[in-house]
Structures are given as C-alpha cells and as structure tokens.
Design a protein around this ligand. Structure first.
Ligand SMILES: Cc1cc2nc3c(=O)[nH]c(=O)nc-3n(C[C@H](O)[C@H](O)[C@H](O)COP(=O)(O)O)c2cc1C
Length: 311
C-alpha cells in the first residue's frame, strides 16, 4: 500500500491531485468520480456579479489554448445561496477560489466565507490575466501592475488582510507573468499564506490573418495546456527553493508522468486544468498512475518525491 496523502495548511488531502479552478464544474460529477480527487476547487468568485469578457473567449493554439473568460460569475451571495448547496454530493474538501478588483474586496470575501462550515480553504486568485481594472497595487499608487500577484507589496498587503479575516487554509495562486517569482512567493509566505499555487495562465495573443483581428474578443488571453509545462516547472522549482510552505504545481499536466515531474521539482500537490476539457477522467487516471509509479519504484509515500530532482 502506498500513501498518497498530503497536508496543505490545515487541509488533509487523501491524494495530491485536484482539478484547477475554472476548468472543472460540478457538472463533471456526471462524467467522472469527483470524490476520488484530493479536493474540489470552485471557479473563481467575486464579491459582486461580473459579466466577463466579450466573446470569443477561447482560441485553440499549438499544444494549448488561450482563454479570456474574465471571471464571469454571479457573485458571492449567489454562490452561498445557490451554488454551494448544489455541491452537497461532494464529500472531499472544498476550496473556494476568490478574486477582487479593489482594496478590501478579497478581505470582505474571506470574512463572508470564513463562517461557512462546508468550506475548507480559500484559493486567492491574485493572478487572473483577464480582468481589466487594475487592483490594489494600482489603487495605492503603485502603477504598472495589472494583477496583484505582479506586485510583491500588494501581494503582501492583501494576503495579510485576508489572513486576519479568516481561519481557513489560505492558498495564494500566483502569476507567471512576472520577472521574479521568488519575491512574490516570499511575500505571500511572510504575510501568512499556508501554500502557494502556481501557475495561472501566461498572457498571450492569437491572430486571425484573414480578418487581421485578434481571435479573442478581449485581444489578450491566458495561455494554458501542454505548451506551458516546461515554463511552469521552472516557476514551481524556483518557488519551492525559496519558501517553506507547500507549493502546488499547475500548468500543462496531462498525465501522471507530468504530475511526477512537478512533484520532483517541488510540488506537494498538483492541479489539472486544460486536460479536463480533453478527458474528464484525467485526474483520476493521474491518481492511479502516481500510485502505480510509487509501487513499482518501491516508494512508500508520495511526499518523499517532493523536490527530489537530482542535479
Ligand atoms: C477556460 C479556463 C478558465 C479558467 N478559469 C480560472 C478561474 O476562474 N480561476 C483561476 O484561478 N484560474 C482559472 N484558470 C486557470 C487554470 O486554473 C490553470 O491555472 C491554468 O489553466 C494552467 O493549468 P493548465 O495548463 O493545466 O490548464 C482557467 C483556465 C482555463 C483554461
């Protein structure tokens, strides 16, 4: 018997595999066994409803896809009253992904969700590339950073504010659209994050040469899928080397071998995104694949793979 369990803050996961925010809704329960996953992560919600970006919102690219959904959602009140009760068949830990555009929004959200028993953790999406209004850093005069996770001081302030507002496990989702991931990961850790997850998508553009127009209504979108895996692995390894909190690896994971690459580079757990659109059973197959790999290699627990890249 191999042990796949892992701890992220106060969260005990039976295995290190989750589906990434925005890529795996409750409707996947009809297609795969959600309760076999380590945890369930919701699509990102905001305080107030958001319409999202103009269509088209998806463009296929070589070995990946660009999306510019723009955090379309009905806001936190709808989530609590309508969406959360519909998750009652989910027996694994629930992680709610939250984002905010202005000072205090994330703090408000964290406060609002803190008292709800069924919620086990928050993932702060400080890294959505698809929302236009500049967040905290901009509001405080630090111009230039569009995402909170592009500014170490803004990251520190917002994580600290959320930390003070909730006893839930706090995972901070970071952006690869930065020059130095280590300063942002360290800022999240020193502000009290229990874990960092990375990466969110890479900003990109796709062009239709017949119309000479961008393929996405928002012009830019976030690149995900196998195309980003080598880049994401580098981000994960860099973050792993500079923080003590668990790192959750995301980016182009399609099978168990990819997941193990991330673990060797320092990921304590992994999230699967774009692959869900190809095969809803990807995460389940990855759990089985990791189990087999450990058994064949006579490794007793998955935790002993973390960061064991041999140089
Ligand atoms: C269609 C789509 C929607 C997404 N929505 C969200 C979201 O709401 N919140 C979030 O934090 N990340 C969102 N992401 C980013 C993914 O969670 C993940 O970080 C990214 O896609 C990289 O992983 P992958 O290469 O396995 O897809 C979305 C990605 C896609 C493709």
């Amino acid at each position: 018997m191999v042990d796949l369990s892992v701890k992220i803050g106060k969260l005990k996961l039976k295995n290190p595999v989750m589906a990434a925010s925005g890529t795996f809704g409750p409707e996947y329960g009809e297609l795969t066994d959600i309760n076999s996953l380590g945890a369930y992560i919701t699509k990102t919600i905001t305080l107030k409803p958001r319409q999202g970006n103009p269509p088209p919102r998806i463009a296929e690219t070589a070995s990946g896809m660009l999306n510019s959904i723009g955090l379309e959602n009905n806001g936190v009140e709808d989530f609590i009253k309508d969406k959360l009760p519909k998750l009652s068949k989910i027996k694994i830990p629930i992680i709610v992904s939250i984002a905010g555009e202005y000072d205090n929004e994330l703090k408000e959200l964290a406060k609002r969700l803190n008292k709800i028993k069924r919620i086990n953790a928050l993932e702060l999406n400080l890294s959505c590339p698809n929302i236009k209004r500049a967040p905290l850093g901009f509001a405080r005069g630090r111009q230039g950073a569009q995402m909170i996770a592009q500014d170490k001081d803004a990251t520190y302030e917002i994580v600290k504010a959320v930390r003070r507002s909730t006893a839930l496990t706090v995972i901070v989702k970071l952006s690869p659209n930065v020059t130095d991931i280590t300063e942002i990961a360290k800022a999240a850790e020193s502000a009290g994050a229990d874990s960092v997850s990375l990466v969110n998508t890479f900003l990109g553009i796709a062009v239709d040469i017949e119309t000479k127009r961008p393929k996405l209504g928002n012009v830019t979108g976030g690149l995900s899928g196998p195309a980003i895996k080598p880049l994401a692995l580098k981000f994960v390894r860099d973050a792993y080397k500079c923080v003590k909190i668990p790192v959750i690896g995301i980016g182009g994971i399609m099978d168990y071998k990819d997941a193990i690459e991330f673990m060797l580079c320092g990921a304590a757990a992994v999230q699967i995104g774009t692959a869900n659109f190809v095969n809803p059973d990807t995460s389940i197959e990855i759990i089985g694949g990791i189990r087999k790999y450990l058994a064949i290699n006579k490794i007793k627990d998955a935790r002993s793979l973390i960061g064991k890249l041999e140089i």
